[in-house]
Design a protein around this ligand. Structure first.
Ligand SMILES: [Zn+2]
Ligand SMILES: [Zn+2]
Length: 341
């Protein structure tokens, strides 16, 4: 089998090896079918992901077919289509016990802290795989993980139908959060500097769009919300100052929630007063917990319009194209998915 290994920042190679053996009776062998390429894979390749180790096989948005099962496996069988969870947890710590396994104190992430799915076969414990109905094509199933993020972050933010939501960033994750908020019945304002991304967000259901390149965010939000401000804001842009901008007077109303989703390490300029005067909630959000199964059900019910969310499907045999696109950012390449034979 072939694997793609990032040996160190900005260097990768394709290695040949034997198909892995099962490490325990509870494991399954999976033949990869599709793997999404995420912003964090860009950071891994560029050496700017604080959580990645090298050498590393990237890829955390993985789906495939079960090819072999260990003798004690009971929940999946050969031939099942599965999505593979990215999170490996201890099951013992405080966070695991209170249902926050995504932030387990011993968490290991497939595709960043340990090897991921940019390879033809991998093994995983049966507990880490979720069966996908066969009518969901693999090319769509690769999006289960990013939609699990949408489900998680909107759960963290407690989004309900009464909410009027502001989403900074209309890239793939911003769009997925927007669709998830819409599915929960909320009203959504998408904001970005790229008009094409905004038009796209509108096509996927955004109620309002703001181009912050040529429109004043606060004025527009005030106009849309009739002077009240939004009830919740998501930072899906994650650049220095993006989080601070959500605290600007007029954007969010008293008792609002602000959800942050990035790993930007630059300091922000948020004072206690900015939080306390309006009694805002600042909520952190990372990956997802217990969202794969509900999202698989949503996909089965065709709850989300997935058409065009992936802009580039690339064959595993043409993996060089993936790294070329990572090195040559093109606004038209919004989301890549690697397809295996
Ligand atoms: Zn991802
Ligand atoms: Zn744990």
């Amino acid at each position: 089998m072939k694997s793609v290994v990032v040996t160190k920042p900005k260097e990768y190679k394709i290695i040949e090896s034997e198909i892995p053996e099962l490490n325990s009776d509870y494991e399954v062998l999976i033949k990869m079918k599709a793997a999404g390429v995420c912003g964090s894979d860009y950071h891994i390749y560029h050496g700017t992901n604080p959580n990645s180790t090298y050498p590393l096989i990237p890829g955390h948005e993985n789906v495939g077919v079960v090819e072999k099962v260990g003798s004690k496996v009971t929940m999946v069988k050969e031939g099942d289509h599965v999505a593979i969870d990215l999170i490996i947890t201890c099951g013992e710590c405080y966070q695991c016990k209170i249902g926050r396994e995504n932030i387990c104190e011993n968490v290991l992430v497939r595709g960043s802290g340990t090897d991921g799915g940019f390879r033809e076969y991998l093994t995983a414990p049966e507990d880490d795989v979720y069966i996908i109905p066969k009518n969901i094509p693999f090319k769509d199933a690769a999006l289960i993980e990013p939609y699990a993020i949408g489900a998680h972050t909107t759960t963290r933010g407690r989004v309900v139908s009464d909410d009027i939501v502001f989403i900074l960033g209309a890239g793939t994750i911003g769009t997925i959060i927007m669709q998830t908020c819409k599915a929960k019945g909320a009203t959504v304002i998408s904001c970005d500097i790229n008009q094409e991304s905004l038009e796209r967000a509108k096509g996927y259901g955004a109620d309002y769009i703001i181009n912050s390149q040529n429109e004043n965010i606060i004025e527009k939000v005030q106009e849309i919300t009739k002077g009240k401000g939004v009830t919740i804001a998501f930072d899906a842009a994650c650049f220095q100052g993006s989080l601070t901008s959500l605290f600007e007077k007029g954007l969010i109303r008293n008792a609002g929630r602000i959800v942050s989703l990035g790993f930007c390490t630059e300091p922000e300029a948020i004072s206690q007063a900015m939080i306390d005067v309006r009694e805002l909630d600042l909520i952190g959000s990372r990956m997802s917990a217990y969202q794969f199964e509900p999202v698989i059900k949503d996909f089965e019910e065709k709850k989300y319009n997935l058409d065009g969310i992936v802009t580039d499907f690339i064959k595993f045999s043409q993996i060089d194209k993936v790294f070329y696109n990572i090195d040559h950012p093109n606004p038209k390449v919004k989301k890549m998915v690697i397809l295996f034979d």
